[in-house]
Design a protein around this ligand. Structure first.
Ligand SMILES: [Cu+2]
Length: 65
């Protein structure tokens, strides 16, 4: 399963925001964000450009590590 490292998450609100941001990308589903590990895993129904993922994460207020 694809995994991205995310910087800046500190609480469950952050987890929710990142989950929402990733879930809103076409081609991504079943997002699971792990706060302790600082990472998100998800399924791709089609290949998604990592730049698109980084952009959505940034717009939500976080950074791809
Ligand atoms: Cu937070």
């Amino acid at each position: 399963m694809p995994t991205v490292k995310i910087k800046g998450m500190s609480c469950n609100h952050c987890v929710l925001a990142v989950t929402k941001a990733l879930s809103g990308i076409e081609g991504i589903r079943n997002v699971n964000v792990d706060l302790a590990r600082g990472e998100a895993t998800f399924e791709e129904t089609r290949p998604v450009d990592r730049a698109v993922i980084a952009d959505r994460i940034r717009k939500a207020g976080y950074e791809i590590a």
